[in-house]
Design a protein around this ligand. Structure first.
Ligand code: HEC
Length: 159
């Protein structure tokens, strides 16, 4: 019994201690201008991106209340850092054309395969789950942007 008590106290101390170590917030605040400025994004597509992708793949995350509780905050932060390294919509206009073209292709692949948005995210953010209609809309629109890039920059894309 005594050991159990000590273990519980240690766990409580570790939990309280962890609250003092907060990851930095992803609140760059450039309001996703990169992607939205580069491609004239129609309102319904922008809505899909904001609701389902930008929390991880942009410089501005809308944090849920449990982000204030560690280790949940650390877990979220890890996802955001990882996601932004792969694809950051806020920086999209800074990518070279070839990379933009490639990232658009990856977006289609990931969404088609149902890999994105991450299931661990839609588990709690129901509204972020893509209906079949939204998925098709996003894929069709992104594919059209790829085509447009191919027409505008055939040399950069080696076409
Ligand atoms: C909860 C956070 C989260 C959300 C929301 C999210 N992603 Fe991701 N995404 C990630 C992480 C983390 C990775 C890194 C690779 C992995 O774990 O699969 C990633 C990887 C990707 C990649 C692969 C890039 C590469 O270089 O291979 C693409 C494309 C992508 N996401 C697109 C999207 C799109 C489009 C949406 C919205 C429909 C979205 N993601 C929503 C977290 C997220």
């Amino acid at each position: 019994m005594k050991i159990l008590k000590i273990v519980l106290i240690l766990l409580a101390v570790a939990f309280i201690g962890a609250q003092f170590f907060r990851p930095p917030k992803n609140e760059g605040g450039d309001s996703h201008s990169g992607f939205l400025a580069k491609f004239a994004v129609p309102a319904d597509v922008e809505d899909i991106l904001r609701t389902s992708c930008f929390d991880c793949h942009s410089n501005t995350t809308r944090y849920p209340w449990y982000a204030e509780i560690q280790p949940a905050g650390w877990f979220l932060n890890q996802h955001i850092v990882d996601a932004k390294r792969h694809l950051n919509f806020s920086q999209f206009d800074k990518y070279r054309v070839r990379l933009q073209h490639h990232k658009l292709e990856e977006i289609v692949d990931q969404v088609e395969a149902g890999e994105m948005p991450l299931p661990s995210y839609t588990l709690l953010h129901w509204d972020a789950k893509l209906s079949a209609g939204k998925r098709e809309r996003l894929i069709a629109w992104v594919n059209a942007q790829r085509k447009a890039l191919e027409e505008i920059y055939p040399d950069s894309l080696g076409l």
